[in-house]
Design a protein around this ligand. Sequence first.
Ligand code: HEC
Length: 146
Amino acid sequence: MRQRTLRQMSTAGTVIILVGLATGTAVLGQVQKEHEEAKGLAALMQVNRQHFEAMVQTAYFEGAERRLQSSDYQNIRQQAQAIAGIARQVQQDYSRGERFEEIAGDLQEHAEEGAKAAPREDLPEINVQIGEMAEYCAKCHQEFRW
Ligand code: HEC
C-alpha cells in the first residue's frame, strides 16, 4: 500500500517535471522567436537608414550644390524603390497591428511616388516625397518604438 503510494507519487512527479520541461521549452522557443524577429526588424531598419541617407544626400544636399545628372536620378529611384520594398516587407513579416501597417503603407506610397518622380527628373517633387517619407519614419518610431 505504502509502496504503491510512493510509486504513484513518483509517477505524478515525473509527469509534472515533463510538463514543466515542455512548457519551459515552449516559452524559451517563443522568447527566441521574438528575439530573432526583433533582430530581423532592426537589421532591416539599418538598411532602410542607408537607403534614406543616400537618397537625402543626393536629392537634398548634392541637388543644392550642383545640377543632378540622370545617373543621380537613377540612384534616387533605386533608393526610393528599396525603401518601398522594405515598407512592404515590414507590413508582411513584422506587423504589430493595423495602425503599424497603415503607417508602413503610407511610407510605401510616398516612396513609390518618389521613385516615380525620379525618371521625370522632378527634383522638387522628389524632395516633397522625401519629406513625407521622413514623417512616416518618425511617426512609426514615436508610436511603436519609444
Ligand atoms: C511601420 C513602422 C516603422 C516605419 C515606417 C519605420 N520604422 Fe524604423 N523602426 C521601427 C521599429 C519598431 C524599430 C525598432 C526595432 C527594434 O529595435 O526592435 C525601428 C528602428 C529603426 C532604426 C534603429 C535600428 C537599430 O539598429 O536599432 C533605424 C535606424 C530606423 N528604424 C530607420 C528608419 C527609417 C530611415 C525609416 C523610414 C525610411 C523607418 N525606420 C521607418 C519601425 C518603423
